[in-house]
Design a protein around this ligand. Structure first.
Ligand SMILES: [Zn+2]
Length: 45
């Protein structure tokens, strides 16, 4: 999986969040925070 914020490869065990029924994984809490602040910026539809 890929961190949608920074593009790093991340494992299932890392920070996660669910947005519009899709699960996203993050390398760290700050990437998760950035995503949750503005998910539309990182989600490609
Ligand atoms: Zn990251």
């Amino acid at each position: 999986m890929k961190d949608p914020v920074c593009g790093m490869e991340v494992s299932e065990k890392n920070e996660t969040t669910v947005y519009k029924g899709q699960k996203f994984h993050f390398c760290c809490a700050s990437c998760k925070w950035a995503f949750e602040k503005n998910p539309e910026q990182f989600v490609k539809t």
